[in-house]
Each structure stands twice: as structure tokens, then as C-alpha cells.
Design a protein around this ligand. Sequence first.
Ligand code: ADP
Ligand code: MG
Length: 658
Amino acid sequence: MHRMKEFKTESKKLLDLMINSIYTNREIFLRELVSNASDAIDKLSFVALTDSTANITQDDLAIRISYDEDARTITVSDNGIGMTAEELEENLGTIAHSGSEAFKAEHAESQGDAMDIIGQFGVGFYSSFMVASRVRVVSRALGSNTAYAWESDGIEGYTIEPARPGERDGENDHGTDVILYLRESTDDEDVDRFLSEWGLRDLVKRYSNYVRYPIQMMVTKSVPVENPEDLPEDAPRYVDHQELETINSMTPIWKKRVSEVEQSDYDEFYKSTFHDYTDPLRTTSFHAEGALSYDALLFIPSEAPFDLYSKDYEKGLALYSSNVLIQEKCADLLPDYYNFVRGVVDSPDVTLNISRETLQQNAQLRAIAKRVERKIKSELSTMLADDREAYEKFFENFGRGIKFGIYNSYGMNASELADLLLFYSAKEDKMVTLREYVQAMPEGQDKILYAAGDSRDRLKKMPAVTSALARGYDVLLCTQDVDEFMIQAMRTYHMDAVAGDSENAGTDARDIELANVSTADLDLATEEEKSAAEQATKDHETLFEAMSESLGDKVGSVRVSANLTDAPACIATEGPISLEMERVMMQGPDANMAPKATRILELNADHPVFQKLVAAQQAGDVDKLAMYASLLYDQALLVEGLPVDDPVEFAKNVCALM
Ligand code: ADP
Ligand code: MG
């Protein structure tokens, strides 16, 4: 009888820590065992390269998974390099001793970059005790005639004995079987689900789908019976039949170069991996080798997922390390404003903390994230330049997130994102970029003009917009709730110098202010028009005081506009809050605390209505003047798309007038 050997004290502590706290997710045990099996086959292949006596058939190399519901066991087998009794002792008796790490170091000179072994910490194996109360490892080293068995309950210690008859005693039967005796299911943890074909298949598909060796399992298939015409009518037409199936797809598509992959394969991969029904709008893959090496494959979806703008939406890229899934959605790899991007990053260099499970916010990850971000930006810029139609579709779906990105960072991301924005141009009747807007500005225009409201049609008719257009200035019509908040956060558009030999080449970089056409201090008017308006305001000082008084605290003041062309009056605002911002905030949760815009009633002195006002005042008809003031104010609000304060009063005034 072989004596049980105790785990070393520090090992015991670590083991306890491992099983109970490092891994948060029990189901990763299979990933760890499969990864070890894959490493063992890698080592065998490596040794076979240099040792011609090891006679290996590459095609036979495989990992096999089986289960026995009655015995409550799961077995993971490989025909890799195997372990001697000493190696069993060294690798499995000492926790945090990685034989793989040692193997890699030992062969560092001859291997070059060729060996892509997954293991490195020497703890993964013990994750099996999260689901098993006992683990038996039967292993036979390459070239040895005897198999040994290591067995442990994962608490006190382990035994190592020669294996039983029937256990790896065939000819050339090198490799390892890891047999897990599963714990009973508890209320907290359903272990039984692993004792099934679908349960195991699901884990392989999710975590080990791209392991490079076939992972095989006996599966039950329903097959049509042969010669059904010879059978009695009521005999079953299908019978169950057992068959060995490879359940992983092996080649990770992200490791391939674009030239080796058909777009349709990318599309299939995208749809099946990210559960989308439509093909991606853009696909991009990139690779790095050297100090930090990784492969990345990114997709921009065609449609926004239904929950994109909800709290439940989780951004992130799938993070793999040497083809094994580490995290399904690694949020650190994507900035919030590109949260719609899906894809995979695979890097053997991502340093993981103790186990693959706990990933540190580390320098490598940050470096990759930076590269990912730049890549997305350049992909979007390319799409904007080469495929405007697709870009407009993209922007319709995901533009809102980009706008939030500028707003949430108080404009700090503006330099990164401003050139990705599209706005609706009132003059061109289509979407334009800020750069296009600036390049089309007529001589003398020094601000980017926009109007914000809830509908384009209404904005187009707004007096401030029509008069800006009449002066030859384009106006960007903003109808999304975030628009004006974003613009306020960015304040200016930084236009990079124009390079190349286009007609605008040579233009220096500059910052151009964005201004709401409805703000009172906006001076579209010429100096003459402005001084004329000032003069007219002075001339009618008493009229305006009377009107302002009758309107009470609805307005800050009343004056003559230098901008209006057709309309009799409009509402302008003074200060940082515009009418549109006020409207958006009134719909928000803190409506009653929302700050109000300071409104100015501006009148068109050339409009016939103005003469009526003057006449009423000269006649000393205070009531009539008050009614006119109220009417003009209300109709100006309506034109802006805002509700009148008192609709009953408005209706009464209209009737009185008729
Ligand atoms: P790691 O894989 O990070 O090295 P593990 O705890 O998963 O750590 O495994 C410890 C060591 O046990 C491995 O480094 C390897 O040397 C050995 N080992 C585990 N499983 C196998 C196997 N199936 N075949 C051969 N060696 C194995
Ligand atoms: Mg391992």
C-alpha cells in the first residue's frame, strides 16, 4: 500500500484559495483540462520533431472527452507526452508548479516562437476540484512501459501508484486520462449538467472551440434505418447510434490573414458567435508580432442590437489567450463610444493573474485596447470616405453613442470623434461632416451654425434658420436629444490642416466655434443691419418696455432683430441654455429643477405687424398692446416647436383678433 503524501502547507492554503475564491466560475474546469491536454500533445509533437524514435502519426493526435452518468465521472484523455511517476509528483503534487512553463524554458533555444503552450501558472489543473470530490490521473510517459496513477481528494494529499491493469497498458499507449468523480449537485451549483452530452459540448464550444487539436466525444445520433420497406408498418424509422464526433472547430479564423478568408466565412463566424441575423457592415482583422503579439478580428454590426442603449447592454470583445477563451466580454478593450463593436482579441502575452480567470488591468491589455481604438477609428474614417451610403447607415444606428462619447467626456474626446459626426445640412438637404460644412462656408462666415429641435421640417421653417439660409449660410439641423448637449460640450470644432492636393489643400488647422442660430448674440447681420436694429430698438424704447412689462417674466427683454427677414417675430435666447436644451431637460427626470432659457422676443421692424404695435401704443390702447405682445410671443413659441404657456389664453386672443 502506498502512503499518502501530504500537500505542502503553502500548497494547501493555495489549493483552498484556488478552489474557493480564485475561480469564480466552476465551469472553466473543462477548459483547464482541455488546455493541459492540448499542451501535452504540443509537447509530444515538439519532441517528435527532434526524436525520430518517437513514432507519431500527427493525424491521430486528439483529445477525448467521455462521461459516465451512473459512476458520476467525466474523463478527459489525451495521447500527448504523458507523465512519469516523478513528473506526476512534481507537476501535480506541488501546486503552482507548472511543468509546461519548465518545458518551455528548457526548450527555449530550439523552439523559437513555434511553441504556443497555454499553461504557465501551475494552478489550472486544480480547478477540477471545484466540481470533483476526487480526481484520478492515469498517465504514461512517452517511451515508458508503465502507467502511474495520481489520486487525490484535493484537501490533504495525494497518492501515486502504478496504474491498474487495463489502464493505459496497450502498446505505445502514452498520454493521460484525467478522471473526475463529480460532487453532488447543490442548490447553488448544478454539477449534473456536466454529466451530459449537451453540457460538455456546450463547454467545449464556448471555451475550447479553437483549441488546435480535435476534441472528440461519443455522441448519440438518430439515423434512418436501412431498408425501411422490409420493416413492419409500426417499426421505428430511426435508430439511435453512437458515433465519435469532433466538437471543436479548431482553426481560429482570427489568426488567418484577410487574404486567406472569404468574407462569407467571416460573416458566418460573426453571426454564429455574436448571435446576429444580419451580416456585419464591416469586418477588419489585424495582427501584431514582436514584444506584444496578438490577433484581432473586429466587426461593425449592420443593425444596432435592441438593447444597445439600455443599461443591460454589455460592451466588450472576446478575449482569448492562445485560442482559449478567457473572457467573453472584456470591457477594457473597448471605449464606451465604440461599445457597438464586436470581435475577438487573442494574445498569448496578456498577463493573467495567477489563473486565467482573474485578469489584471495590465499594460499589455491597455496597449491592445489603444490599438483597437485606433483601428476602429480608421475603419470608420475609411468607410466615411469610400462608402458614404454604408457610413450613413452606420451613423444612423450608432451615431448616438459617438455623440454621447463627446458629451460624457466634457468634450475631451471631441478631437478623436468630431470627424466621425454627421449632421443634416439644411442647405444641401443631406448629411454632411463638420469638415465638409466648414469647407463650404462662404467668405465672412466664421461660425458653424446649427439649430436644434425635434423635427427637421419645423427647424427648416424657423425664422432664425430661414434668415441664416437667406444670407447664404448653411445651418445644421439637429434633432437628437443628445445633439445640443454634445455641441455645448465640444464648443469648437478643431479642423485639422488639409493635406494633399485637393482644392482645399494647404488650409491650416483651426478651431471653429459652433453656434446656435437662435442665440441672440449671434451676429449674422452686417454692421449696418445691426446698428439699424439698435437704433430702431432705441426709437421704440417705450413700446418695448410696455410689451416686456405685459409679458412679465416670460421674457428678459423685447427688441428689434437684425436677423429676421420674413417672420414678424422670433424667440432668441441669451446665456448658455437654449430653448432646445430646456425642452430636453423638461423631459428628463429632474424636470422641475431644470434651468430655463432666458428668452428674448425679437421683432421684425420691417414687418406690417410691427406697425400695428406702434399704432396700438400711440393710441394708448394698453389692452390691445398686451394682447398683441402675448400673441406674437405665443406664435413665435409655436414656430420653435414649443408649447405655448397658456393655450386657452392663446385661443381667446386669436378669436378676439378675428
Ligand atoms: P499549467 O497548465 O499552468 O502549467 P496546471 O495546473 O494546469 O498548470 O498543470 C500543471 C502541470 O501538470 C502542467 O504544467 C503539466 O506539466 C502537467 N500536466 C497537467 N495535465 C497534463 C496532461 N494532460 N499531460 C501531461 N502533463 C500534464
Ligand atoms: Mg494548465
